[in-house]
Design a protein around this ligand. Structure first.
Ligand code: AMP
Ligand code: FES
Ligand code: ZN
Ligand code: ZN
Length: 339
């Protein structure tokens, strides 16, 4: 006999163990949407936000975020601009091409204005190029770290240019549980403080929001499937060389095992950190708060000599990567000319 929805008795499509319920399609969508609203309201995520740049990778999390943002745009009174970055990752799988296609398909379906930034055309390198040639160019960071710097820079820069009040990313509850754990372990206080649904802008930074922070990865996946959202399933081919690599993966798996054993574990872990621990850290940190209990990049920073964006150093991390790449390109041109 088919398992029935705890609310209405229709056939259930999934079990939500931490609420001890089984839900049909309609009630599951309603449940996920209610949690999206509840989390964002508790942490005042959309307060004073009128224009959001939604950073969409084409995966399930950022696409679920896009649909949820779109669904409640008139309730909270913001408009959305889509942003997707073609990072130039191929590796025989056309990873970036497929990611961008999935993002654009949804922007069009929802009739959302959007921008595609082609890293190679706009800035002269691809992530595959960094993976293959980075070391020889003197770029010591792992490829995923270069990719992270690149994405954050482009998101911030385009959000500022597009006059947005915030950049939204699709980090889910599992991501946050993992980041909180590993940053705590490593004592990375500044990174730990950033693990919050909303970080205010200022000093050349746009505010950053994580509207699906309260949704488990399973929930963003279910939401995407139930809404017939076509998302890109592949994982990045460079992930095996990722920041932290095996350690990060192991922590995530352990946290997921704890969730299996004690349903609701991750939710409690993340909410306890955000509600009770982080406020104490913020009041004792140089980053300050803004009265809403959140804090952000309010440390005083200078400007990058090359691009004018905020930077703690004379040249920002992004421009220093670019200068190494363009140095090599100009050397190659002079060599081929025989200069
Ligand atoms: P990741 O760092 O790959 O875990 O991605 C975190 C978030 O960054 C995603 O949920 C997206 O919101 C955003 N993001 C990642 N890759 C891209 C991309 N290529 N274009 C636009 N946004 C992205
Ligand atoms: Fe950036 Fe994989 S997505 S290196
Ligand atoms: Zn039901
Ligand atoms: Zn710069």
């Amino acid at each position: 006999m088919a398992v029935k929805c705890s609310r209405c008795g229709k056939p259930a499509v999934a079990e939500i163990r931490y609420t001890r319920s089984r839900l049909c399609r309609e009630h599951l969508i309603e449940f996920i949407e209610r949690r999206f609203r509840k989390g964002n309201e508790e942490f005042k995520v959309f307060k004073n936000i009128r224009r959001i740049v939604a950073a969409v990778s084409g995966g399930k999390d950022s696409l679920a975020m896009l649909y949820l943002l779109h669904r409640f745009s008139s309730v909270y009174g913001y408009e959305i601009i889509g942003l997707t970055i073609d990072l130039g990752i191929d590796r025989g799988k056309e990873y970036s091409t497929k990611s961008v296609e999935a993002a654009v398909e949804s922007f069009k379906k929802l009739d959302i204005e959007y921008v595609v930034v082609d890293l190679s055309r706009e800035y002269g390198y691809t992530i595959d190029f960094i993976r293959d040639r980075g070391r020889r160019l003197g770029i010591r960071r792992p490829v995923c770290s270069v990719c992270g710097i690149t994405k954050r820079y482009i998101m911030n820069r385009f959000a500022l240019e597009l006059g947005a009040d915030a950049v939204a990313t699709g980090h889910n509850l599992n991501d946050l549980a993992q980041f909180i754990f590993t940053n705590m372990y490593g004592g990375h206080i500044d990174e730990l403080i950033k693990m919050y649904p909303k970080l205010p802008g200022g000093n050349g930074f746009t505010a950053k929001i994580k509207p699906v922070f309260m949704l488990y990865e399973k929930e963003t996946t279910l939401y995407s499937i139930l809404n017939n959202i076509r998302f890109h399933h592949d994982t990045c081919p460079h992930l095996e060389n990722g920041i932290g690599g095996r350690f990060q993966t192991a922590i995530r798996e352990k946290l997921e095992q704890l969730e299996e054993e004690f349903p609701g574990f991750m939710l409690n872990y993340v909410l306890t950190y955000m509600r009770r621990i982080r406020p104490l850290m913020v009041s004792g940190s140089s980053m300050g708060g803004d009265g809403d209990g959140d804090s952000g990049e309010k440390i005083s920073v200078g400007r990058c000599r090359i691009c004018g964006m905020p930077s703690l150093r004379d040249v920002c991390a992004f421009c220093s990567i670019r200068s190494r790449v363009s140095l090599k390109v100009s050397e190659t041109i002079s060599r081929s000319r025989g200069d």
